[in-house]
Design a protein around this ligand. Structure first.
Ligand code: HAM
Length: 419
């Protein structure tokens, strides 16, 4: 019986791993400069944490959670997103005492029971930021700026940064009523479940894929027309800050996001190089979430960046970190006594930082040279009885088949100048 990776999951193979490491290195270095500190949270949490934060009408809670009852009869869920766990940990460990500002960064797996397709998986990975304790639009601008700087740093051009404000709960009430009035005739023809969902959270209708509904909504005024003065002023200030930071953006009234916890600022970054799943990341402000899970009212803003989607774009751009891997050395030993010396030389070169491969099967010289060629090594070092007796090594540059004799004591220097 042979097994396959579960549907919607992916193995990250050695040929792809260097691309992940490259993103992780650039991400960590970038967010550190803005003062974000790394947090790692468990793979599963109490189900209720996600129900209370993402919201019952969100696709995540209503359809996508990997939930299970554990052997102690507790309802648990594999985390479908990183915000609620990071904030739960922040509160539990009192990382952000009242009045303080706290910046958390993470890399996390997420689990969502989705219909898999390119850019959409059941196990996916995100980089995330959560900035808690500030209601200033400068905090929103910082999170958006770091996100954009990340995509720039890894080499993605032509970003489409979409920003919107969905107001606070109070200003959303008027808009809610306006949407429901606008779609009343359309909803009358829909089934009970669609109607109930719309009434619970009419904002959800705005990013509909249904063309008929899109047509109905085409002349609905944008949500920004309904913002209270202070929300509007903060949204204007955010735009001013983004312009000053050199972040190109577009105001997009139909960006409402799929999670219930957002208030005021929401944003997404899209790439024309992605197909249907074109959002590289999504985020926004969530001023009520911390209170919702028992903490003090703490205005906060954050982002989640899809790592797989980012890698798809990099692949399209031909940016491949595996092509720039460290050059390797292949050690070849002809004969048993040479093998002992070859092992000693391997140790020496590895402790000097080189990547060194060796054959343990005692294969023929010819077969070892073939292996060296296949391994992608840049150089083969050949040690036989004659070399042992003369304290030398045959060094073969596999890239041009040139071979030279190098003194045993000078091997490291020769490699450093050749590789
Ligand atoms: P989200 O929009 O659900 O937000 O996810 C953020 C990003 O994760 C998406 O834009 C996408 O790139 C990627 N993503 C999501 N689901 C999948 C999937 N099934 N397969 C592949 N990639 C996926 C959040 O998760 C929020 N926690 C973001 C946030 C942080 N808001 C505030 N702080």
């Amino acid at each position: 019986m042979r097994f396959q990776a579960p549907r919607g999951t992916q193995d990250i193979l050695p040929a792809q791993a260097p691309n992940w490491v490259r993103l992780e290195t650039i991400w960590r270095d970038l967010v550190r400069r803005y003062g974000f500190q790394e947090i790692r949270t468990p793979t599963f949490e109490e189900t209720d944490l996600f129900v209370r934060t993402s919201g019952e009408t969100s696709d995540i809670v209503s359809k996508q959670m990997y939930s299970f009852v554990d052997k102690g009869d507790r309802n648990m869920t594999l985390k479908p997103e990183g915000t609620a766990p990071a904030i739960r940990a922040m509160l539990e460990h009192n990382l952000c005492p009242q009045g303080a500002v706290c910046r958390l960064a993470y890399e996390t797996t997420i689990y969502r029971y989705e219909r898999p397709q390119q850019g959409r998986y059941r196990e996916a990975h995100q980089f995330g930021l959560e900035l808690a304790g500030s209601s200033s639009p400068a905090a929103d601008a910082e999170v958006i700026e770091v996100t954009v700087r990340f995509f720039e740093a890894i080499g993605i051009p032509e970003l489409l940064v979409l920003v919107n404000s969905i107001g606070r709960t109070e200003c959303r009430e008027d808009y809610r009523a306006a949407i429901l009035a606008h779609v009343a005739t359309y909803l009358a023809d829909q089934d009970e479940a669609t109607r109930a969902k719309a009434e619970k959270n009419p904002l959800r209708l705005l990013d509909t894929k249904d063309e008929k509904l899109q047509a109905v909504l085409a002349d609905l005024p944008p949500i920004t027309d309904y913002l209270e003065d202070d929300c509007r002023a903060r949204f204007d200030r955010l735009q001013e800050l983004l312009s000053k930071a050199g972040v190109p953006y577009k105001v997009a009234p139909n960006v409402v996001r799929g999670l219930d916890y957002y208030t005021e600022t929401v944003f997404e970054v899209h790439s024309p190089l992605l197909g249907a799943q074109s959002a590289l990341c999504g985020g926004g402000r969530y001023d009520n979430l911390i209170k919702e899970i028992g903490g003090p009212a703490t205005p906060s803003v954050g982002v989640g960046i899809g790592i797989e989607r980012t890698l798809i774009v990099l692949e399209q751009l031909g940016i491949d970190a595996s092509a720039q891997q460290e050059p390797k050395v292949f050690m070849i030993a002809a004969g048993e006594s040479a093998f002992e010396e070859a092992l000693a030389l391997c140790r020496e070169l590895r402790s000097a930082g080189l990547t060194v491969l060796i054959d343990y099967e005692g294969k023929s010289l010819k077969s070892q040279i073939r292996q060296a060629d296949k391994s992608g090594a840049a150089v083969a070092l050949i040690l036989g009885d004659d070399e042992l007796a003369n304290h030398v090594v045959q060094a073969r540059d596999l890239r041009n088949s040139q071979q030279v004799e190098v003194a045993r004591v000078g091997v490291l220097d020769w490699l450093r100048s050749t590789l």
